[in-house]
Design a binder for this molecule. Structure first.
Ligand SMILES: Cc1cc2nc3c(=O)[nH]c(=O)nc-3n(C[C@H](O)[C@H](O)[C@H](O)COP(=O)(O)OP(=O)(O)OC[C@H]3O[C@@H](n4cnc5c(N)ncnc54)[C@H](O)[C@@H]3O)c2cc1C
Length: 527
């Protein structure tokens, strides 16, 4: 056992773990972060995959990062610099497009071109979504009370929640209930008629889940993604200068400035315990490090069934974790390009290449993409969310060249016959072929391509089944049920062993909220 004893060891160097470590260090706990990979950040990393070409290998845009974390940790001083993502275009199959521009009037006029009714509905919808995000905001910042507990703290939490819901007024409460229970397609049908608009908006409701736009529950995921646009520090999706790895680096730098030690290349294989209490961790290289507290930033499967012996945990918790749904459904294709793609709907270079390009021409297109996945195949015509970071941040690629990030759904973790090298390449080919229908010069520009399946995401980051959120953002595993009933307050049944990853409330995305809430709960309890 290493003689250096820490107050707290945080396992994993994902952004949530780094946030937790920074808040613990701020509360004067001597803290050590142990990350398996050579770099911190987890799914929020930048890597020079091909010489001169830097990629936000997994997550690629940011908006959810909690403003209070940015403030408390003074992240801009440590390198946080978000550059705006200026537009969204959806190429249509008839050669036209739907565009959303930074200027609200311009966007309204563009929508009016397709549907005057939708252009009028958009401002009322926008206001309602603002209210919905405000309705959910206190929940994101709250340690979930257990509705089955009679403890004064839980009862007080439930009362606070009840008062909050009452304060919304009936109209907003009913709208929130609908968002919590409906499919994104059904919800958007109540507002809009233009199919490509509904498809592009509903795409936010399927990201990271094994749901289609017509699956109940997808409207909540849509709201989750809306949160940052309305309540986040940037009020829009943006790029971090230097890629999403620079966000993790800025949090790591803040944590270090507060006294945290960070070790990379440190693969934790077990939490050591004595008399039912955590005493530290054991590394793959045989080293043991002692600490009063151990906090796992890994997902619930790894936290409860790999790092500790599940036989020592209550059976209902282990069963709950076994049932917890991961079902990764997303893949990523990163391209190094010799030049810029030209889209048939908007040929040549233009402001549209500084924003997102969404391959979501209709609800039917997305639902059929999901159909393939339901039966164990990757989508023959997938949904794609594409950005070209080098257009905004030229340092990401050599002069005159570009990097393109393609987020793809659906690529089911449980592929018929399993993921092999050949299936990975076939998946990559499908993505390129589909995109080339809209940007015919694309194939001739590709210098290198990195294709990541959910199995690759799991292998590299540890995210079980490649689920991008450390477990689906589905109602049955949110709030007091994330990751399991009675264990949503960051504690575990092992004394001194805590959880702080995106598999805890309020969930995934580069948000940092799980890490912050876990640290506040730990510190608040005097642990
Ligand atoms: C392909 C993809 C695209 C995404 N796109 C976006 C996006 O654009 N915007 C957005 O907001 N979110 C996006 N996300 C989601 C977001 O990145 C994640 O939800 C978030 O990064 C999870 O952070 P975390 O800190 O909880 O955990 P993770 O990022 O999962 O970090 C866990 C860390 O633990 C380490 N680890 C694992 N096992 C061990 C061990 N035994 N010992 C030591 N260390 C270990 C891992 O290496 C990793 O660094 C995306 C995710 C993926 C995969």
């Amino acid at each position: 056992m290493s003689r250096r004893r820490y107050d707290a060891i945080v396992i994993g160097g994902g952004h949530n773990a780094l946030v937790a470590a920074a808040y613990l260090a701020r509360a004067k706990r001597r803290t050590l972060v142990l990350e398996k990979r050579p770099l911190v950040g987890g799914a929020s990393v930048t890597e020079e995959v091909y010489p001169g070409f830097k990629f936000s290998v997994f997550s690629y845009v940011v908006s959810l990062l909690r403003p209070e974390i940015i403030r408390d940790l003074e992240l801009p001083k440590h390198g946080l610099q978000i550059l705006p993502l200026e537009s969204t275009i959806t190429p249509l199959d008839d050669g036209d497009y739907l565009a959303g521009w930074p200027d609200a009037d311009e966007s309204r006029n563009e929508l009016r071109r397709h549907s005057p009714r939708d252009a009028d509905a958009m401002s009322i919808f926008g206001r309602l979504m603002h209210h919905m995000a405000m309705a959910v905001k206190p929940i994101l910042g709250m340690i979930p009370p257990d509705p089955t507990s009679l403890s004064p703290k839980d009862l007080a939490g439930l009362l606070k929640l009840g008062r909050h819901f009452r304060s919304l007024g009936s109209e907003h409460f009913h709208a929130l209930h609908k968002l919590m229970t409906m499919s994104s397609a059904d919800y958007l049908d109540e507002w809009f008629e233009f199919d490509a608009l509904k498809a592009t908006k509903s795409a936010s409701g399927i990201i990271g889940t094994f749901l289609g736009p017509r699956s109940p529950g997808s409207a909540y995921v849509l709201l989750h993604h809306y949160m940052g646009e309305i309540d986040g520090a940037f009020r829009a999706w943006g790029f971090q200068k230097g890629g999403t790895g620079a966000i993790s680096e800025s949090i790591a730098s803040a944590a270090k400035a507060l006294g945290t030690e960070i070790r990379t290349g440190a693969d934790v294989v077990a939490v050591t315990t004595k008399d039912g209490k955590a005493t530290g961790v054991a590394l793959k290289n045989g080293e043991e490090i002692g600490a009063k507290l151990v906090i796992s930033g890994l997902d619930p499967r790894l936290t409860f069934t790999r790092l500790v012996d599940p036989k020592t945990l209550p059976g209902d918790l282990v069963e709950g974790i076994r049932r917890y749904k991961f079902r990764g459904s997303s893949g990523k294709v990163n391209l190094a390009l010799s030049g810029l793609p030209s889209f048939t709907c908007m040929p040549g270079k233009g402001p549209h290449l500084r924003g997102a390009i969404s391959i979501s021409p209709s609800i039917e297109y997305l639902e059929r993409a999901y159909d393939d996945a339901k039966y164990g195949e990757f989508s023959r015509h997938p949904y794609m969310d594409i950005v070209i970071p080098s257009m905004i941040d030229p340092g990401m690629a050599p002069p005159g060249k570009h990097v393109m990030s393609i987020f793809v759904q659906y690529a089911p973790y449980q592929l018929n016959g399993g993921w092999t090298d050949a299936r990975r390449e076939a998946f990559g080919d499908t993505v390129i072929k589909t995109l080339a229908r809209y940007a015919p010069n694309l194939e001739s520009l590709i210098l290198h391509r990195q294709v990541l399946t959910p199995a690759d995401i799991e292998r590299i980051t540890g995210l079980s089944e490649g689920n991008i959120f450390q477990g689906e953002l589905a109602l049955h595993q949110l709030f007091f049920l994330r990751p399991a009933p009675a264990w949503a307050k960051y504690r575990t049944p092992v004394k001194g062993y805590w959880q702080c990853g995106a598999g805890t409330h309020p969930g995934g995305g580069i948000m940092g909220a799980s890490g912050r809430l876990a640290a506040l709960e730990i510190v608040g309890r005097g642990a």
